[in-house]
Design a binder for this molecule. Structure first.
Ligand code: ATP
Ligand code: MG
Length: 600
């Protein structure tokens, strides 16, 4: 039961103070714009033009009004035509501005997405094991969406408003310096106060909504779990809880209403008051014959409204920019993580080694839990083509051994060697390219069976894929599907049974043809018939290559060349089945007699 209702607040990108550091990172974002800079500059140019034509419009309207008293028919028509031309020009400029900015935005974002993804996928396992992947994913997409907004709207608005404020004030000064000073004394202040006020009210009304949602959660929860409520005779408790929340709604909603009332009164008084003030003073100046016409006054009022709008809009932009800085910081944090040295090349991986594996005094602790030693002084060796089984209780460190071999993590001390060469000296792609792992929980990709098998060797031919499927004992069931290899497996492969998924994973490993094969409890979730099929497939797969098998069911590893018993991170016993079974009071002996007992 989700007792604690998650408010929408928690999912939003946090705002960041605009600091120098934050601003620098925002500027770093512009390195992603660089390839598009010519289009960007052209877009800026059109933005500038459309802002300027917006500024011409009040001027012309004022002139038009003046020609009512002083103008000729001809001048009236001329101004009308110019006005039309200005509108047409604004329309054309706006079109190009929007389209050009969209090009810049989309290409920049694609580059940013690709760069982040390329980087992310190369980050070491340490990075992923200390983060929740779902969160990471939604974080990145939310951040990029926010930046998209910043690029398409915020940036354009920002420049536009700057142009209007500066251009507007300049024009006003030309019309009448005295009236401009008079206006500047209070209009900007009122505009800013109005915006801050408005933001505050929005916050309160959001809080009200959150509280309402919380109280709804109580109803939902208690009705869903009504048997619990009744069985525990907790009606009174729930009634009290609900009353408390709904009473809180009243408090906060009334607080909001009070401010909203004040806001409306303020707007009414201050906004209209200041405009009236400007008109009053303007009319006074016209009346005194200070060189101003009534058309000028009209221009003045229009510009004042434009400027006030732009100033209050700037406050909104400020908070947008704060959010954008928060979003870039998240992305830059990811980009600043050190990736693994993986060469991205399309060439096929070379055969790196014959597959002789040696662990020498390896100790290890996971970076996220540094003081818990998971492996202590582990030493063992596997000759080329041998099959070695790792057994031991849950949590002993068996899977960890395989993760070290794949170099997901590096040992704290000791060395892991393949063909007498430290695995750190191998190219990472080459090393992993020569290993294949069949995990216990096979997660397939959402595509077709063919795509999932082909993943072992991208570009494999039809024959190779079918051959691998046959060797994995998978071809039989694939053939029973009407679509055969083209059958969709569903998200994560849910449309296949566990055993079918495993055989697909085995086919994938066969296709990869690795020097070293790792099987982590590959047959644990199967019935005996499927297990026989999978065992058979595995047997074929293991032939001639070094195999490391992790098994709970000891019956599957009797034939292994060597069995290594790991307990609490240490190698406790090692030898063949016969050797271990003859050890007096050995762990292996006890485990296997226990399993034989269980099977009856
Ligand atoms: N990513 C990780 N971060 C921190 N500790 C981990 C991580 N993965 C495993 N461990 C810890 O390391 C120890 C060994 O885990 P490991 O997965 O190797 O056990 P196992 O022998 O494979 O067990 P099982 O038979 O249950 O699969 C456990 O105590 C586990 O809690
Ligand atoms: Mg394990």
């Amino acid at each position: 039961m989700a007792r604690f209702h998650q408010t929408s607040n928690e999912r939003e990108t946090p705002k960041k103070k605009i600091t120098r550091e934050g601003f620098k990172r925002l500027l770093r974002l512009f390195s992603f714009v660089r390839p598009q800079r010519n289009v960007f500059i052209l877009g800026l140019f059109f933005l500038l033009l459309s802002s300027l034509t917006t500024l011409i419009f009040p001027m012309l309207i004022g002139d038009l009004l003046d020609s009512a008293t002083k103008g000729t028919m001809e001048s009236i028509n001329r101004i009308g035509i110019i006005l039309l031309a200005v509108f047409a020009a604004t329309a054309v400029f706006s079109y190009f501005r929007i389209y050009l900015f969209a090009i810049v935005t989309q290409k920049t974002l694609a580059l940013l997405r690709q760069t982040t993804y390329n980087h992310l996928i190369k980050l070491p396992m340490v990075f992923f094991s200390s983060r929740r992947v779902g969160e990471l994913n939604s974080r990145i997409s939310a951040d990029i969406a926010l930046l998209q907004e910043t690029f398409t709207t915020t940036l354009a608005q920002f420049i536009r408003q700057i142009v209007i404020i500066i251009g507007g004030i300049t024009l006003l000064t030309i019309i009448s310096p005295r009236l401009t000073l008079f206006m500047l004394a209070f209009v900007p202040v009122v505009a800013i106060i109005a915006r801050i006020f408005g933001t505050y009210i929005r916050k309160i009304s959001k809080k009200t909504q959150d509280k309402v949602a919380e109280s709804n959660t109580i109803v939902e929860e208690t009705l869903q779990a009504i048997t619990n409520v009744k069985a525990f005779a907790n009606e009174a408790f729930e009634i009290f809880r609900y009353k408390k929340k709904t009473d809180e709604v009243i408090d906060i909603a009334l607080k909001g209403a009070k401010y909203r009332g004040l806001f409306i009164s303020f707007i009414f008084f201050a906004m209209f008051g200041s405009i009236t003030g400007v008109i009053w003073y303007g009319v006074y100046l016209v009346n005194q014959g200070e060189g101003m016409t009534s058309g000028d006054l009209f221009k003045f009022v229009l510009y004042t409204v434009f400027i006030a709008g732009s100033i209050s809009g700037m406050a909104d932009l400020y908070s947008q920019i704060q959010k954008a800085i928060g979003a870039t910081e998240n992305l830059m944090d990811i980009l600043d993580e050190n990736p693994e040295p993986i060469e991205i090349s399309s060439t096929k991986t070379k055969q790196c080694c014959t597959g002789e594996v040696k662990f020498q005094n390896v100790s290890f602790a996971y970076p996220s839990r540094k003081d818990m030693i998971v492996l202590k002084d582990i030493s063992f060796s596997v000759n080329k083509g041998e099959q070695v089984a790792l057994v031991g209780p849950s949590g002993a460190g068996k899977s960890t051994v395989t993760q070290l071999l794949l170099r997901f993590y590096d040992p704290v001390s000791g060395e892991i060697k393949i063909d007498s060469k430290n695995i750190k000296d191998f190219d990472l792609g080459e090393l992993r390219g020569n290993m294949a792992i069949v995990p216990q929980e096979v997660l397939l990709f959402g595509g077709t069976i063919r795509e999932n098998i082909e993943y072992g060797k991208p570009g494999a031919t039809e024959e190779e894929i079918i051959k691998a499927a046959k060797q994995a004992n998978a071809w039989e069931f694939i053939n029973t599907f009407p679509e055969g290899l083209e059958t969709f497996v569903g998200e994560r492969g849910v449309q296949l049974s566990g055993g079918q998924r495993q055989r697909i994973a085995i086919a994938r490993a066969i296709l990869k043809d690795p020097a070293i094969l790792i099987l982590d409890e590959a047959t644990s979730s199967l019935d005996s018939e499927s297990e026989r099929l999978v065992q058979e497939a595995l047997q074929k797969l293991m032939e001639g290559r070094t195999s490391i098998i992790i098994a709970h069911r000891l019956s599957t590893i009797h034939n292994a060349d060597k069995i290594i018993v790991i307990d609490k991170g240490e190698v406790k016993e090692s030898g063949t089945h016969e050797e271990l079974i003859s050890l007096e009071d050995g762990i292996y002996k006890n485990l296997s007699s226990l399993q034989i007992d269980l099977m009856g």
